[in-house]
Ligand binder design. Structure first.
Ligand code: FPP
Length: 248
């Protein structure tokens, strides 16, 4: 069971030296398996997955995480049955509309990673409106990776560089300039990438940005995630020694 909110806050405060990752990415996996275990349809797993996402947004905000990227729908997820895709898009719409009061109360800013051009027009509009309405909020920034693929982001960045160059010839490309053409260049690279449901794969998530991220894999299926699991991931992160390719 999760601790009382004030107990959790006290536990977080008492660890004065606690290192909170500035940016956490989450591959929210296991919705389908959660439903199958209960002989429910897969959509029921996604519905519970949305509830888990709301719990974790609150937990991240309370813990002082500054950026949280949620892998909601990949460029490969379009291969799923049209009913499942339609259901997930419906949940996204419901989430974007229904959480506005919560974002206001908690100063949460919504952002997008991915290609908006490939989204159904009503979802793209809803996303744009949530991003606009929350753009001045200074609390946690929740980045919804929606129609997102790491390879696709890199290819789109390369195209943007060519477009920006016009007929002026090929610009000098460095890691720094390339980075500035990614979807959210001002967002720091993820310190920690969490994957639920026990799979050891990147699944095309934040390929460029995650070059030096710490990975945390949990067997717990995403719909079962609460702040307890999230705190467990933060604790594991604190115990890692990061070298970024250097020596200790
Ligand atoms: C992966 O589990 C999950 C998804 C592809 C969808 C994630 C969507 C949500 C959690 C709901 C929407 C959330 C927000 C914040 C709007 P899977 O279906 O691949 O699970 P499986 O591997 O067990 O089949």
């Amino acid at each position: 069971m999760s601790p009382e909110p004030n107990l959790r806050a006290a536990a977080l405060d008492s660890a004065a030296s606690m290192i909170i990752p500035a940016h956490v990415g989450i591959i929210m996996d296991g919705n389908g398996r959660w439903a199958e275990k209960r002989k429910l349809i897969r959509s029921q797993g996604h519905l519970e997955g949305l509830k888990a996402a709301k719990r974790i947004v609150k937990a991240a905000s309370d813990a002082g995480v500054r950026f949280l990227t949620l892998y909601v729908f990949s460029t490969e997820n379009w291969k799923r049955a049209s009913e499942e895709v339609g259901f997930i898009m419906g949940l996204v719409k419901q989430y974007l509309r229904g959480e506005l009061d919560f974002y206001r109360e908690n100063h949460i800013r919504i952002r997008h990673a991915g290609d908006p051009a490939g989204l159904p027009p009503d979802i793209a509009r809803e996303l744009e409106s949530a991003c606009r309405e929350t753009c001045s909020f200074s609390g946690l920034q929740v980045i919804l990776a929606l129609n997102y693929g790491g390879r696709d982001e890199i290819v789109r960045a390369a195209r943007k560089i060519l477009d920006a160059a016009g007929n002026g010839g090929m610009p000098l490309i460095t890691e720094k300039t390339f980075h500035s053409f990614l979807d959210n260049p001002d967002v720091p690279d993820p310190d920690l990438i969490i994957r639920s449901a026990g799979e050891y794969r990147t699944s095309n998530f934040l390929l460029w940005e995650g070059a030096y991220s710490e990975y945390y894999v949990s067997d717990i299926l995403w719909p079962d995630w609460t702040e307890t699991e999230f705190d467990g991931a933060l604790k594991a992160y604190r115990e890692r020694g990061r070298k970024f390719g250097g020596a200790r």
